[in-house]
Design a protein around this ligand. Sequence first.
Ligand SMILES: O=C(O)CCC(=O)C(=O)O
Length: 279
Amino acid sequence: MTLTAKQRDEYDRDGFLVLNDFAPAASCDALRARAGELVHDFEPSDIVSIFSTREQNRRSDDYFLNSGDKIRFFFEEDAFHPDGTLKQSKEQSINKIGHALHDLDPVFNEFSRRPSVERLVADLGINRPLLLQGMYIFKQPRIGGEVTCHQDSTFLYTEPPAIAGLWFALEDATVENGCLWAIPGGHTAGLKSRWLRNAEGGMRFEVFDSTPWPEEKLGPLEVSKGSLIILNGLLPHKSLANRSSKSRHAYTLHVIGADCRYPETNWLQRSPELPLRGF
Ligand SMILES: O=C(O)CCC(=O)C(=O)O
């Protein structure tokens, strides 16, 4: 067992769990170095998709919607001058890389499929796990955008809603540089909305509960490099903009059980050439 009974109880009660020192510093550095190489090799000139970190404004363009089985690069909203040129180097302008890093890149594959991660997922009770989404988040100094309060199950919907998000801190994450915030126990209040594909194209939200988030209940999850935060898919969480001079890199891996129904109307889809895999 990776998790103690107490930790399991804590996860069930709060909807999240922090495991300090889960990933060795050298592994965090290896992921950071690999992300740096991917960005270095990325040619940004023909990419017009700016990833909006305000979820409701997320640009529903093909570049994003077809990235479930690719490695693609999404810019910070504040990365551009009005004339469309980058304010800073591309290395300082990328919001995230997604969404199949764990299947397509050998370094991220190795990290994501380590026995320690596999044991952890088994301890969470996820049967026949499938690694759905692998994403590198930069939270750039000064321009790292806010991620508004949301539940991951809104975007990665399953029936029943059973998904775990593994959020690995590759650098210290503090209030200053935009750490995660979460509502302890907020996962018990049910799913508020679902983001799904329209039959005629594009995306829409289906709203089940339109009451505002009780944001006064959000608490900061400040963690040090190497920590892992496990997030229940129904847990309301967010992160504030990073206006500091420090980046806040993180790698996230979302895992579902193969026994859950994963609708074809979810935005993240795989081509038959790259089916979802477990460990
Ligand atoms: O890393 C962040 O700032 C937010 C990530 C997040 O909430 C998510 O990917 O669901």
